[in-house]
Design a protein around this ligand. Structure first.
Ligand code: FAD
Length: 120
């Protein structure tokens, strides 16, 4: 049977940058691939907002669309420009899904992204 620790390992070792946030996008968890892609360790980024990754060159409309979608319990997928800890910009292909509590209300968000700079 599949143990709880194996589920944790699966997320930890998944080859996509994963973060779990509260409802305001404050980061509660990151996996190893998140550190590989962004350059931020857990100690550096936990408690900060996902906007710490923003290059600030992404059009406001994209963030509006993102929040409009996820706050209505839908999955959002899109691309935006992020900045690594050391300042390097990259194109992030990002999917954000709401997570629900027992009553069906949004409790957290899970973000999954890849650096797709090379694909362009
Ligand atoms: P704003 O979006 O105005 O941000 C100001 C603050 O308000 C931030 O704390 C923001 O998170 C919060 N906020 C904005 N709208 C809402 C709303 N409707 N409900 C609740 N809180 C709101 N952005 C990136 O640039 N790169 C990423 O990789 C990235 N990953 C994300 C992953 C997850 C799981 C989530 C939930 C969000 C992610 N975001 C990401 C969006 C990020 O939280 C910001 O909204 C975005 O970076 C713009 O930030 P801002 O400070 O420029 O402006």
């Amino acid at each position: 049977t599949l143990s709880f620790s194996l589920f944790v390992k699966a997320v930890e070792q998944a080859p996509v940058a994963i973060s779990i946030t509260d409802k305001k996008a404050n980061i509660l968890y990151i996996n190893q691939a998140f550190t590989d892609v962004t350059g931020y360790t857990a100690a550096e980024i936990l408690g900060q907002n996902e906007s710490a990754l923003s290059d600030k060159s992404t059009p406001r409309q994209i963030y509006y669309d993102l929040w409009h979608t996820i706050s209505r319990k839908q999955v959002w997928h899109g691309q935006l420009v992020n900045r690594q800890k050391m300042g390097q910009r990259y194109l992030a292909d990002l999917t954000i899904a709401p997570m629900f509590d027992d009553r069906g209300a949004i409790s957290h968000y899970i973000g999954m992204h890849r650096d797709v700079t090379q694909a362009h």
